[in-house]
Design a protein. Sequence first.
Length: 447
Amino acid sequence: MVRGNSGARIHTDLNDNVVNDKIGVHSCKTDATRVEVQRVLNDVKRRAVDTYEAPATIRSASLQNVATPVLASFPSVAATRLIVKRVRREINAAPPVPLDLTQLEIPIEFQRYTRTNEIDEQYLLADSGVFVLPGQNIQHRILIFGREKTRHMAHQINHIYADGTFSISPTLFSQVYVLLGRFGEWVLPVCYALLSSKSEIIYRRMLGLLKQCWPTFSPESITMDFEQAMVNAVQAEFPSCTLRFCFFHLRYRTEALFAQQARMITSLAFVPLNDLRNACAALEAHLPVELLPVFQWFLRNYIGQPRFDGTLTRPLFSPERWSVYQRTLDGACRTNNFAEAFHRKLQSAFGCDHPTLWTFIDKLRQEQKVQDVAHAKFEAGQNPPKKRNEDRLADERILRLVQSYIPFDNAINHVPDHEYANLQNIDPYYNIIIFLTGISRNYLMDA
């Protein structure tokens, strides 16, 4: 006996000759409908492979002019979405990690970003292709990721925070460079660049690619760490952009007094520019001998060392760019903590160092969804997350200290109406040490 799914059956002998074929009736219902449903599903799968339309768009296009019985039997919207994702996952499975940059081909699946079923866009904004710098035989390549829609609001991104990190850079690349933009009170990432080195030429190419992606992008200011290669690149690509260097990072894991005295060096950033030389003279006499090499290094790079003719050598980074005195009074940001905090968040999300490129892109897109929520809150007029209370109070104390600073010349002239006016017979050098000590007790340097 042979039985099918329809319930009908036939009887045969041992030689497969039919004995009785009259038992039951073959009644596979809606055979034509089932065939048509399968035809439409095949069309859905074909479009999933050939295009990068959203699943809802594919479903709608495939069901055009389809008979009602077929519509009634067709998989739901949710089921169709899963079918499209499964087909694309099978077709666009991550290839093996290439051995060098010339072999690196990024599948379409890893070039796109799906925000919702209706929003699917290009996420790989720029790919420099492989290139070799003059006089070198090392391969280089730059990849820039970010939301495609940023192109339409690039002219509104006036203030940028920039920083690079190395631990989460995928194999074949040396660092991840992130640019964050200020949107009102919010600071949100706008693009992520994978770089194969950290030279001036590489940074210039990165910024040049970004200008091609965002023709209206012309930031008024960029806040970043002290890195001469990036400084030169910004000056070349955005000559009218104001460079702002972030508050210093001298790392000390030592006993408390020594660490606080080390922070007095970086507290010079809060001294008015006109008083910097006097503040350096006061601090040099105050610091322990163990810190004098650090202080001399600071002078060479950030202030300039005195010459015999009374002038100063040209520092690597001019005080006008790293001073935070006026920025503190104006309530502007003194540090690059936005970028650094975002790097820490990424490192935590990745959970490992130097992931594969495919893992990196997946994690980046996951984080992008989180940032999209933050941007939606900005667009809705909501306030950004508040600072920790201890940070807010420290900022308030620093502001009060800066507002009450006694200019050196005023102290010499015995200005009487200042809170420091009775200290040490108005010794201006002593006043500066008191000021630097107060500032240094209100922040910690990175460990």
